[in-house]
Design a protein around this ligand. Structure first.
Ligand code: ADE
Length: 377
């Protein structure tokens, strides 16, 4: 009898111990319930914290589309002037479908990932031919257009048309992973799909635009990617498991990306009579079809420049080394050394000669050369 009582007591203690452990691990909400518990505080918070942004003031589908593609490249503040300029130059789908490529590249100059701009134009052509110039509202139709993935399709469909579909980008993945203390790698497509599926079940169907933009906003302003999250300001303070479990430093989980290849390059500003030499890059590959300053792979010595860049030593009136610069692409990093070469007898015959004003207004020179283009006299 005594032994039975003792065993029962031990069992109760064990169960209680497990419960206590469970208490410290979770507050008992299932994942769908936890996601559902985000809805109300998020909408209330967004109502009073949403930033006033040009694409929010007037969320027409075309404007939402362009802003979302631009926002995949850089910060909100940097996007604003690009967005306004783009809208003024290409106010609708038809204008985008018909814009000459060089003009499009000029409008995109500095934003990077130029294929995104090319896809915008391709997709605009399809919106013209398939839908008579009106952006489709359905998630699946949007998803079928070039350059529109699940995030952008969800953003356009929900923000511009109020459809109840999620828009899950890296910021949203970070917020949700933390709230749910999920250790799934957010760089995996399967993680994103699972989050999208879960949110589709739990997001408020009649407030999809505010819900999605609210999550984006929490990711941008509160649950920030670099540095301490501002938990005291967070609408999810009381339901966030990563905060409760002190896991904010470990979540989200991201497997480190592969190392970038380092490429050494020599860049020349070749100048003659107030014009500099530029070249159009090949139509495929890195920075396809954009213009570039003359550049070659490897670090060239001063006495190798004439042969490599196609000018004659006798024409040189000035040659000055320029500061080193680097530019990081997604898979490669350029480490550049540069020279300023002033010529008296003309620029190489195969180049495009451009004055300073033309460089500003006509030719798209990517940021990769920014450290040197700003030195053009
Ligand atoms: N980042 C991505 N999409 C955004 C949006 N619609 N508003 C603000 N920041 C964003």
């Amino acid at each position: 009898m005594y032994k039975e009582q003792n065993d029962a007591l031990l069992e109760i203690r064990r169960t209680y111990g497990q419960l206590q452990l469970a208490e410290t691990k979770t507050d008992g909400l299932s994942l769908p319930d936890r996601l559902r518990a985000m809805n109300r505080p998020l909408l209330a918070w967004y109502g009073s914290h949403a930033r006033v942004l040009p694409w929010r003031e007037d969320p027409q589908p075309y404007r939402v589309w362009i802003s979302e593609i631009m926002l995949q490249q850089t910060r909100v503040e940097a996007v604003k002037p690009y967005f306004e300029r783009f809208m003024e130059a290409l106010p609708d789908v038809q204008a985008l479908a018909e814009v000459p490529d060089d003009r499009l590249m000029k409008l995109w100059e500095g934003l990077g990932y130029y294929n995104r701009a090319r896809n915008l134009k391709k997709a605009a052509g399809l919106v013209m031919s398939r839908y008579g110039g009106r952006m489709p509202s359905e998630y699946s139709e949007l998803l079928s257009l070039p350059g529109i993935g699940s995030y952008t399709a969800g953003a356009i469909s929900s923000i511009a048309f109020g459809r109840p579909v999620p828009a899950v980008d890296g910021n949203v993945l970070r917020v949700i992973s933390r709230v749910a203390a999920s250790r799934e790698d957010i760089l995996k497509a399967s993680t994103k799909r699972r989050m999208e599926d879960a949110l589709r079940q739990t997001m408020p169907a009649d407030q999809a635009s505010s819900f999605n933009q609210g999550l984006i906003e929490v990711g941008a302003l509160v649950c920030v990617p670099n540095g301490q999250p501002k938990c005291k300001e967070c609408p999810f303070f009381s339901i966030c498991l990563a905060r409760q479990q002190k896991l904010l430093g470990q979540i989200p989980v991201k497997t480190p990306p592969k190392k970038r290849r380092i490429e050494e390059r020599t860049v020349c500003i070749l100048e003659c009579g107030g014009q500099v030499a530029i070249y159009r890059r090949a139509d495929t590959g890195l920075l396809a079809s954009l213009y570039e300053l003359p550049n070659k792979e490897g670090y060239l010595k001063q006495d190798q420049l004439a042969e490599a860049f196609g000018f004659s030593e006798g024409d040189v009136t000035e040659i000055t080394p320029l500061p080193e610069a680097k530019h990081i692409f997604s898979h490669v990093e350029w480490r550049m050394k540069g020279y300023y070469v002033r010529l008296s007898g003309g620029l190489p015959g195969d180049c495009t000669a451009a004055g300073k004003q033309q460089l500003k207004q006509v030719y798209a020179l990517p940021n990769a050369f920014g450290a040197y283009t700003k030195l053009i006299k």
